[in-house]
Design a protein around this ligand. Sequence first.
Ligand SMILES: Cc1cc2nc3c(=O)[nH]c(=O)nc-3n(C[C@H](O)[C@H](O)[C@H](O)COP(=O)(O)O)c2cc1C
Length: 258
Amino acid sequence: MEPDKAFDRIFLQRRSVRAYEDRPIPPEIRDLVLSAALRAPTAGNLCLYTILEIEDPELKSRLSETCDHQSFIARAPWVLVFLADWARLQGYYRHHRVPEWCEERGEPFLRPQESDLMLAACDALIAAQSAASAAEALGLGTCYIGDILENGELHRELLGLPPYAFPITMLCLGWPTDQQRARPQPPRLPRDLVVHRDRYRSYGPADYDRVYAGEGWPEPRTDPPGDNPGRSLYARKFAAAYSLEMRRSVKALLEEWS
Ligand SMILES: Cc1cc2nc3c(=O)[nH]c(=O)nc-3n(C[C@H](O)[C@H](O)[C@H](O)COP(=O)(O)O)c2cc1C
């Protein structure tokens, strides 16, 4: 089936955009993007997320440093942080004196745990992707910033986060420059490696030779400290300083959830 033009543009031709025209995003457009985000499915219709609009240029600039020194963040006309948020629901329960009620009944007042965070993280990411797709449908470009998971304690302070509000992702939005519009799309893995049927299919050596390889992929790097593509990738990504910091930061933020 031939997809229509809008489907093709929004889903099949999309790419991340990291350079933006110096042109504001009108309030009507922001409003539509946020409306789409809030219409996203949410577990139990509880809306277990909060969206922080980062308006303060100084804060944006600070975040561009704390999120692995990515200067384009400071130049993005619109920056949104999506939080998994159980703070609101905890406050609501306290407002309705649920802890006292639990005590009267001789039951503990339950706190959110890891599973609750997972559910709220799903909510936050689904809302973020609805915002991203809505923005792209309206001609904006977007880029996720996973490095908001780094420096958790500092981000908590900078963003004034209460307990049980966990930053899941950040989204930069702006009008794409011509250069960004013309940038080739990065490739993806072959579909059969990603889409399995009924049961997880394990991979063999021939499969691994097709991972991150082939048309459109950059030449596999074999530079030190790795001497083959897998070792090089491991060193550049998995064991890189930003990755170690992300692991440390998330572990620290997770403490209150266990
Ligand atoms: C969870 C997540 C975190 C990401 N974090 C960053 C980031 O910190 N900086 C960045 O430039 N791009 C980031 N990206 C964008 C990816 O690098 C991008 O999606 C990937 O390279 C594929 O390119 P494409 O989106 O243009 O197809 C992130 C994407 C996702 C989904």
